[in-house]
Design a protein around this ligand. Structure first.
Ligand code: ADP
Ligand code: MG
Length: 488
């Protein structure tokens, strides 16, 4: 049971341990996408607020850095425990602000806490190396960068807000977090837990949009490292802006991820795996890791689409705050219109609409950005819906019979984030795993992440790895010290 929690109408943002308005006094409204009504307002942070946040983060840095990594880890673990204790309330606010189903958002909170605990435990892995040197030794130190800017998207707001600052903190950096303009509330709610656990200024949360809030954060000369999760277009802009100061950047961007189905698998199970892989039930398919291009072998095709459509029809669309809801509303009118344009384009380019394709019917769906789970068949690799990321509940089925052509089609997109390979022949699946251009591959599975396994992309899906030791180390820079025992 999830009960109704109260949501404040006006929020402030967190700078230097204080709850503050924006310097300009401007605010930004965030909607409940299921009702299209304003849910609350948050400060509209601009360059002046980024300056304040950077000053606070810089002030907090020396003491934070001076702590032993394990001591920082303990505080991050404490924060994870408080997050878990608030899971239901945060998930409820998340459902209101993002349109994601409340039950899956409870899962997101716990997943974020899992990662925080994982990074807390990794604190002792911040290690260097030593090398012999005649009359001395050579050793390395892994040092934090200083102030890190963390920019996150709207699809998993609390998950990203909590999980994606943990490594930077354990490594000894102080952080400025910039949540997405569509979904700023849970990050601010998380801020209320942060002020009880971390020293002031170690984490600052500045709300606002991309151009006026995110861009000055990226451009700030005292922000030494930027980590970004979001669209390719914005990633490109951030990389360009960061070039000015040779700033270290990692990018986790979009995907147009393939699922490859070989004819030796159980067709019903393959269909279930394809439905799960599309993340309809997690965030209405608004996920960079969704396997949205399903390549099914011709021998299975007819049975597969029958099972797939039956599976998709079982998805329970409903009010995001209803605990039984499996699929809620898209996050904004902009996303809704974008998804509808792609659905229209799919039909015009000759794909066959198998199910969905519009707004669900019923009085509860008269408002809000609800879109039915949608499946296209007879999609070909040249079609727009097979090449571009839709970031919504639209799955494309492509049929294959020749392995060479299949590989060309699978790798023939600009993205390379995830891929799924379904086959009982593990030798073949492993060979394919080597050939597919993607950073994260499932063999006989889809969608699930594994704490400690490196997540990230190839090609235009970005670079850098998260959720693993690599993420922790990416928030450190190596310093080499060449030491002789005496001067002679
Ligand atoms: P989408 O909203 O399509 O997921 P974006 O990549 O535009 O993708 O947004 C992800 C995050 O990046 C949001 O927090 C947004 O405010 C921020 N953002 C957008 N444009 C910029 C920019 N030019 N510089 C820094 N951050 C930006
Ligand atoms: Mg909102």
């Amino acid at each position: 049971m999830v009960r109704n929690y109260e949501v404040r109408r006006q929020y402030r943002m967190l700078i230097g341990g204080q709850w503050v308005e924006s310097a300009s006094g401007e605010t930004l409204a965030t909607l409940n996408p299921a009702t299209e009504e304003t849910l609350a307002t948050v400060p509209f942070g601009t360059a002046a607020d980024i300056d304040r946040a950077v000053a606070a983060a810089r002030e907090a840095f020396p003491n934070w850095r001076a702590m032993e990594p394990r001591a920082r880890g303990k505080l991050v673990a404490e924060l994870a425990a408080r997050l878990r204790a608030e899971a239901e309330r945060l998930a409820y606010i998340e459902a209101l602000d993002s349109g994601n189903p409340v039950s899956s958002m409870v899962g997101d909170v716990h997943m974020a806490a899992d990662l925080m605990e994982y990074f807390a435990g990794l604190a002792a892995e911040i290690q260097g190396t030593t090398m012999p040197l005649h009359g001395g030794m050579n050793y390395t130190l892994r040092e934090p960068y200083g102030v890190v800017g963390r920019i996150i998207p709207f699809n998993h707001p609390i998950y990203f807000a909590a999980s994606r600052i943990a490594a930077a903190l354990v490594a000894g950096n102080t952080v400025i977090l910039k949540p997405a303009e569509q979904t700023p509330l849970t990050a601010l709610e998380f801020g209320a837990l942060i002020v009880d656990v971390l020293p002031p200024g170690v984490v600052n949360i500045v709300t606002g949009d991309g151009p006026r809030t995110g861009a000055p954060l990226v451009a700030h000369p005292q922000v030494r490292r930027i980590a970004f999760t979001g669209s390719v277009e914005t990633g490109r802009e951030i990389l360009r802006a960061a070039a000015e100061q040779i700033k270290v950047v990692t990018l986790e961007l979009g995907g147009k991820n393939p699922m490859i189905i070989f004819p030796d698998v159980d067709v019903e199970k393959a269909a279930t795996t394809a439905v799960n892989g599309m993340n309809f039930r997690w965030c209405q398919g608004q996920s960079c890791g969704s396997t949205s291009r399903v390549f099914v072998h011709r021998a299975l095709h007819d049975q597969f689409i029958e099972a797939l459509v039956a599976g998709v029809r079982q998805i329970h669309l409903g009010w995001p705050t209803d605990p039984d809801t499996e699929m809620g509303s898209l996050v904004s009118r902009e996303q809704y219109e974008k998804v509808m344009r792609y659905i229209d384009m799919g039909q015009r380019e000759g794909a066959r609409l198998l199910c969905g394709g519009g707004r669900p019917s019923g009085p509860e769906f008269e408002r809000g950005y609800f879109v039915e789970p949608t499946v296209f068949d007879q999609v070909t690799p040249d079609m727009t819906i097979a090449r571009e990321e839709i970031f919504g509940p639209v799955l494309s089925v492509l049929v294959w019979d020749d392995e060479e052509e299949l590989l060309a089609a699978v790798n023939g997109v600009a993205y390379g984030l995830t891929a799924a390979i379904l086959s009982v022949d593990l030798a073949r699946a492993m060979r394919w795993a080597e050939q597919v251009e993607a950073g994260y591959i499932w063999i006989n599975g889809s969608s699930r992440h594994c704490v400690g396994a490196p997540f990230g992309g190839q090609k235009q899906s970005g670079f850098g790895r998260e959720e693993a030791l690599e993420e922790l180390l990416s928030y450190t820079q190596i310093k080499n010290v060449q030491m002789r025992y005496r001067l002679d």
